[in-house]
Design a protein around this ligand. Sequence first.
Ligand code: SF4
Length: 376
Amino acid sequence: GQCATICPVGAIVEKNEIYPVWQALEDEDKHVIVQTAPSIQATIGESFGMKPGLVVTGKLVAALRKLGFDRVFSTEFTADLTIMEEGHEFLQRLEGDNNLPHITSCCPGWVKFAEHNYSDLLDHLSSAKSPQQMFSALSKTYYADLAGIDPESIYTVSVMPCTAKKFEKERENINAGSYKNTDAVLTTRELSLMIKEIGIDFTSLEDEEYDELLGKATGAGTIFGTTGGVTEAAVRMVKEKLTGQTLERLDLGFRGIQEAEVKIGDRDLKLAIVSGLQEASQIMDEVRKGESEYDFIEVMACPHGCVGGGGQPLLADEEKKDARGEGLGSIDEHKYIRKSHENPMIKKVYEEFLEEPLSNKAHRILHAEFKDRPKT
Ligand code: SF4
């Protein structure tokens, strides 16, 4: 099929990538791995008539194995890694160079909008790539080495909430090493079509678990899929690092709100959580005029964050998006480890490969450069 999905930014209309993914799955020489964005587990059920917000992680994994993927991983792992990299950048700004506010960059729809409209403020954006790109970069380096697989034969697919991720994988200078890092991006709707195409009865699938290597994640990684989640995950990490104290209360209540103040040591940090490009423009205009007091600004291009993304099941009203966000929150609440820096797999990937947050190697693999683009 050639149905197009439309990016919330309005600038990106792309044809679907179902066909190349089928081709890769049929190619015996390819090792095809898939990553699923945090939000998908709370949205894909709707494509099969299930209740909005119902968490169907186990069925999602089972369906992907039935489709023939060799490894099924969760992007939540690199959401944790994003927090490590971006959180340390924020720490550096707080402790030294003071180029505040620090603005998030994990939403490629927002990054592209900023490149077009706020290129004078790009140095406030974290240079961390989105979790999707971090995952793909590690797949063809760290994972390839560990698994003993030639990166050339690895084909990486990501299941994402929007077409902005399709744009992101084609950006210049986005690839670590000489291989294309993300080969194909499927939206939630495209994946649903594939599942239907081969007649999998999604609702009756037995739950399965993600593959482990690059699969384990914390609750902090999960809530990336909803507005306020990135801020909450970052504060959990930054607060412990700055004060040396263990954070007992984890539900900081940032999800679903627009601003907050949080005391870290002797500082009161002002945080803003923005979803939707109109809100983003308002706050960026204030930053430009020097009228903004915020230290940290989380921006998601879609209202409600990725649970409201343009590639999610259609006809999502406010109520459905809220239910999806709550579904993700409930996964976080039930996770044993809820802070990114306590994820044992994150510690391992730094020990074995990346050295430490913001090391030269981490920069080469996990960070990107943004650029000035013509005004929209
Ligand atoms: Fe995509 Fe999420 Fe950004 Fe929307 S908020 S453009 S779904 S990354």
